[in-house]
Write a protein that binds this ligand. Structure first.
Ligand code: NAP
Ligand code: ZN
Length: 368
């Protein structure tokens, strides 16, 4: 099988890797803009470590802490303006997928003053984005190592920018920052990593290297999930490190392959029903596995053999780990979603023919 892989981000992980990053950061310039959510950068301890490293390196910095979950494109343009006005040489995103995705768009906007929303999405950028450093505080999105920024448009739709120019220059991953995450987000983000691995594995675009990353990610997650399902189990630091690594493997896998059916059907649950991203996608994993069993039985068999868990155990574990998603959809809402299931890139990468009727049947089964 072929390989096709380009992932230019320098990745450094481990305890205290941010504290020890002054030289790496100094190489990117003398002034940075830090892009964060309201509180996660502080709660996790990441902000303190980043500012410590910047001070040690003699790098001046400003902070933009206005990034919400499902970040808006407008907040990114606002932060980009601030970065340009303050002469930032590079951007540091600190947080979960939301601030990390935002940092990539901020880097584009900072280098292209006056860019419009259409200009940002058109990928027709006059200047290269500023370099981006990602400091993750969740373990799931893998955004640290992807060329993707998922932003919410003024119309309330989650829409991605995918371009090799927004690969972060540097990813600094200290799993200690994930300890402060509430339990529900720990599970929702971990299951997002599982979705990335499973979706990229069962993608028409999959290749040998993406599958190797996906299998490694699933095996790590299966191992940690087997402990997490035990009542009262508390994650150890080693578990946290394993989840963080699995998230990066999922990121490597989707960096070139993208996602499939679960992510395609998941976005509206976050947009309209406030379901956290990982849960919104993972809720479709059992249906996705069943779909692949029908379209690609041999591939599905190889998947379970390579990832080392029996089908039934895998589905049972997913059911326990995935947080509840108590959404009810009316027929009218399902009908309003139909246009989204046509010419959808992630659905087209899914095996079989995922027609709007197929997508609608999955929604009807889960949310009626
Ligand atoms: P998130 O939206 O970044 O954060 C979720 C919540 O968790 C926020 O309230 C956040 O607080 C809080 N939080 C984060 N880290 C914390 C910590 N260590 N301690 C305490 N609270 C913490 O969650 P996410 O699931 O990581 O990211 C989801 C986003 O990533 C979605 O928009 C999704 O579309 C995107 N995504 C992108 C890619 C990609 O390849 N680019 C892949 C998958 C998903 P604050 O609000 O204070 O930050
Ligand atoms: Zn995801």
């Amino acid at each position: 099988m072929n390989m096709n892989f380009h992932m230019p981000t320098k990745v450094i992980t481990g305890r205290d890797c941010v504290k020890n990053s002054a030289a790496e950061l100094r190489a990117l310039g003398g002034r940075a803009l830090l892009v964060t959510g309201a509180s996660s950068a502080k709660k996790s301890g990441a902000l303190k470590d980043v500012t410590g490293a910047l001070n040690a390196a003699g790098i001046a910095f400003g902070v933009f802490d206005g990034i919400a979950q499902n970040p808006t494109v407008l907040s990114c343009l606002e932060a980009g303006k601030l970065a340009a006005e303050t002469g930032a040489d590079f951007i540091i995103g600190i947080g979960g997928g939301s601030p990390l995705d935002a940092a990539k768009a901020v880097a584009v906007a900072a280098a292209n003053p006056g860019i419009t929303i259409d200009g940002l999405y058109s990928l027709d950028w006059a200047n290269l984005p500023l370099p981006v450093v990602t400091v993750g505080t969740t373990a799931g999105t893998g955004s640290e190592v992807t060329p993707v920024s998922v932003l919410t448009t003024p119309e309330g739709i989650k829409r991605s920018i995918r371009d090799a120019r927004i690969y972060p220059a540097l990813a600094l991953g200290d799993p200690s920052y994930t300890v402060s995450m509430p339990e529900l987000f720990t599970r929702s983000t971990a299951i997002d990593a599982m979705a990335h691995c499973v979706e990229s594995y069962f993608s028409r675009a999959a290749n040998d290297i993406s599958k190797a990353h996906a299998v490694r990610g699933v095996r790590i997650l299966n191992d940690v999930f087997a402990r997490m399902v035990k009542p009262g189990y508390s994650l150890t630091w080693d578990d946290r490190e394993a989840l963080y690594n699995a998230s990066l493997y999922g990121g490597f896998a989707i960096s070139s392959i993208g996602t499939a059916l679960p992510h395609a059907l998941g976005y509206f649950l976050s947009e309209r029903h406030g379901v956290p991203h990982g849960t919104a996608c993972a809720v479709y994993l059992p249906a996705f596995i069943r779909h692949n069993e029908q379209c690609e039985p041999a591939l599905t068999e190889v998947f379970f053999s390579e990832t080392g868990m029996a089908r039934q155990d895998f589905l049972q574990t997913l059911a326990v780990i995935t947080p509840a998603c108590d959404v009810k959809l009316t027929v009218a809402e399902r009908e309003s979603l139909r246009p989204r299931w046509m010419n959808n890139g992630s659905l087209m990468k899914t095996w079989g023919d995922v027609t709007p009727d197929v997508a609608d049947a999955i929604l009807a089964e889960l949310f009626s």
